[in-house]
Design a binder for this molecule. Structure first.
Ligand code: ADP
Ligand code: MG
Length: 726
């Protein structure tokens, strides 16, 4: 029984309560906080000082956030009263040997004395006498009792202060259940059982702290990727800490080294392994001008890199922050389990007392028999396996997703993909490569093609849209001189306009042309005649020409769509491009439903409609024009997040690479995580149920109950850790 249960654990009063303290807060490290029960105890202890909602907890890292106006000494004193200890976060813990190892030492002392006591007893009176619980029988030899007593004391040493706090605050928890069970067994003269329960309880706590530590290290290992020093070019090469580097400084990365900061290659060539951030193991070639990211691994070349981001602002640093925060957003299953445990523990105590008292009171058997059964119920009652199961699965699930280049923003978004019924995909940049090329320029008589191109490029030079990039690149390739443009106005989903050489020009979709009231039969004819993506170039009073573009379908897009179909999802495409192009792309990749010529708002409504028709919808997009739909969808997924800043922060899930197949991976992963959570809960409850029946039938023993419960806790934890193996 893991007791004490670890696990993120804020005692929740509302589903959407902000978990972290709002406003300025101070972080404290709480030694001894490994469990839901302890969070509840801390909230209770700080009761008069601060509203429980103003406190933030992260049990996995043993951290509590308190508002900074509090008197920290007072907080520390209140924390000490619970049997835990507070110290400022980040103070180098000058842990001496004892605090680190006492749990291990005490546990093995308890175990050693238990075995010693049993062996001595068996030698003196035979194994049967040693194991049998002879209620009211003859006394156990003194030396045996002494050994068992040491075993009990060592076993409950770390539990007692917490149990005592539970008594004083009248909040029964698992520590109390265990302590009462041990005391009761000693009261009955059942020394062997008292020692066994103490030892196994201590052992389960030890194993639990080890497994929780393992899940925690898996997350941290993922995140502690940036190297501690950078070789900066100042006068010669100097080694400094990454946070000492000034933006714009150039640092040198040797072959095989990890890159310390985000930056742009200023000289050298190499292939960089970006897997730590993107999960994509094929190295990416980098040359002058290319962006490189902190935490990625340089290949065979030497690179000189100009730092473009401070150490705490790199893509990696932001991933670290997000994963840390993701742990605080709890999955629904987790919230449910906590609520359950809060009612359940006191209920178990009440039932155990009833079992001790009622049957013998009406003459159904000996008091000592029923007292013993009540104790067994207390032990079985510990909901540990149940309480640990979910948080460990969620943390392992988040960590393994991050290692695959899928950044999930919270436990609740890890459950959602499993429930998806439909997926809406943006076209440009999501299904297509997002690198369109201009394949033709059609002038409609009033201006020469080069003038059109020059005007369009002047405006597009200010836009980030993939089409804009294509237009400016084409103008460059054609050697067209691009005039400066002023007063640029971007219209997401439509196009952009601006003043070029004193005249107002616009570049945008044929739909925008209609909205401007500039369509004409000649234009309609010209539009009907061309295929692919078409952009119209015009002035205030007429349309002057067309730019024709082509954007290749992403390799792997059809495969990704097929996998989504295999998973039973309805796949729709939402695009601002024209119907003909949209349908061509849709047919090429096997989309179920194509909606074209949509403005950003239309995409949002399309998502709402899909949700009404099918159920939970994921929207996957890459651009500003997708933002409303991403926000509205049950699950917003940003593509290719490594390059764009907004995407990492706005979506619920960010795919670090452009690889659409990661979405199907995420859905499978989410289903697996949910399945593991369910298996764990069923297993934990089933073991309880079996033991309740055995106990009431009078066949269960204390040590059998605790061994079963501990086994259940370990099974659920290891089951959850399977998620770390991707
Ligand atoms: P998608 O939904 O495929 O990502 P958008 O919503 O970004 O496409 O754009 C829809 C249409 O609006 C484009 O096909 C294009 O015709 C026009 N458009 C949007 N932005 C621009 C721009 N910067 N330059 C030219 N045309 C644009
Ligand atoms: Mg797009």
């Amino acid at each position: 029984m893991g007791d004490a249960c670890c696990g993120p654990s804020h005692d929740h009063d509302h589903d959407h309560a902000p978990v972290l303290a709002a406003g300025p807060s101070v972080a404290l490290r709480i030694h001894g906080m490994d469990c839901v029960d302890e969070v509840a105890a801390l909230k209770h202890a700080l009761g008069g000082l601060v509203e429980p909602e103003a406190l933030g907890f992260d049990v996995l890292s043993g951290r509590m956030d308190v508002p900074d106006h509090l008197d920290l000494d007072l907080v520390a004193a209140r924390v000490a009263a619970t049997g835990m200890r507070a110290e400022p976060w980040g103070t180098p813990t000058q842990q001496t040997w004892w605090p680190i190892h006492r749990r291990t030492v005490l546990t093995w002392t308890s175990g050693g004395c238990l075995v010693g006591g049993f062996a001595t007893h068996a030698l003196l009176e035979g194994a049967r006498a040693a194991i049998g619980h002879d209620l009211g029988g003859h006394a156990t030899p003194g030396v045996v009792v002494a050994l068992y007593l040491v075993s009990v004391l060592a076993g409950v040493r770390l539990v007692l202060p917490k149990a005592w706090f539970a008594v004083r605050s009248a909040r029964p928890d698992m520590n109390l259940l265990m302590t009462v069970a041990v005391a009761g067994a000693m009261g009955l003269g059942e020394w062997f059982e008292a020692a066994t329960v103490s030892f196994l309880f201590a052992l389960s706590l030890l194993l639990e702290s080890w497994t929780v530590g393992r899940a925690k290290r898996a997350v941290e290992g993922l995140l502690s990727l940036a190297p501690p020093v950078v070789r900066v070019k100042r006068q010669g090469l100097i080694e400094v800490a990454p946070d000492r580097v000034v933006l714009g400084e150039v640092f040198v990365v040797r072959p095989g080294e990890r890159i310390a900061l985000d930056g742009r290659v200023s000289s050298g060539q190499s292939a960089v392994d970006q897997a730590p951030i993107t999960g994509e193991s094929v190295p990416v070639p980098k040359a002058e001008g290319d962006a490189v990211y902190a935490g990625t691994i340089n290949g065979r070349g030497v690179l000189e890199v100009e730092a473009t981001r401070a150490a705490d602002d790199t893509v990696l640093a932001r991933i670290v922050k997000l994963v840390a925060e993701a742990r605080k957003d709890r999955a629904r299953a987790e919230i449910w389990v906590e609520r359950f445990a809060r009612v359940y523990t006191p209920a178990v105590l009440a039932v155990a007392v009833a079992v001790m008292v009622l049957p013998p009171a009406i003459g159904l058997g000996a008091w000592s028999d029923w007292f013993y059964r009540g104790l067994v119920l207390l032990v079985i009652g510990c909901p540990c396996a149940l309480v640990i199961a979910t948080p460990v699965a969620v943390v392992a699930g988040l960590a393994s997703a991050a290692s695959q280049g899928v950044l999930v923003k919270g436990g609740s978004y890890l459950e959602l993909p499993a429930r998806l019924k439909a997926v809406a995909l943006d076209k440009t940049g999501t299904l297509t490569a997002g690198r369109p090329r201009v394949t033709g320029v059609r002038s409609l008589a009033c201006h020469p093609a080069r003038t059109l191109l020059a005007a369009a490029a002047a405006i597009e030079a200010h836009s980030e849209h993939p089409i804009a990039r294509a237009v400016t690149e084409h103008a460059l390739a054609e050697g067209v001189a691009v005039a400066p443009a002023a007063d640029i106005v971007a219209e997401p989903g439509r196009g952009a306009s601006g003043a070029v050489s004193g005249e107002r020009w616009w570049v945008g979709s044929p739909r925008w042309l209609e909205e401007r009231g500039l369509s004409s039969p000649a234009l309609d004819h010209a539009l009907a005649d061309v295929s692919g993506t078409v952009v119209v170039v015009g002035t205030e009073d007429h349309a002057c020409g067309l730019l024709l573009l082509e954007d290749a379908v992403r390799p792997g897009a059809s495969e990704a769509v097929r996998r989504l179909h295999d998973l039973g999802l309805h796949v729709a495409m939402l695009t601002g491009d024209n119907v003909a192009t949209a349908q061509a792309v849709g047919a090429a990749v096997g989309i179920d439903e194509v909606a074209a010529e949509l403005l950003p708002d239309d995409k949002l409504r399309a998502v709402e409609r899909l949700e009404a028709e099918h159920g939970a919808v994921a929207m996957i997009g890459d651009g500003v024009n997708d933002a409303p739909a991403l926000a509205r969808a049950s699950l917003g997924v940003a593509m290719g997040a490594i390059g764009t800043d907004v995407a990492i922060e706005t979506a619920d899930v960010a795919l670090m690479t452009d690889d659409l197949e990661r979405l199907a991976w995420l859905i499978v992963h989410a289903r697996r995580t949910l399945a593991i959570i369910r298996q764990n809960s069923v297993l934990a409850l089933a073991i309880k149920a079996i033991f309740v029946v055995l106990t009431l039938g009078g066949v269960a023993s204390l040590w059998g109950a605790i061994a079963a419960d501990m086994g259940a806790s370990l099974i659920v934890v290891f089951n959850a850790l399977r998620l770390l193996r991707a």
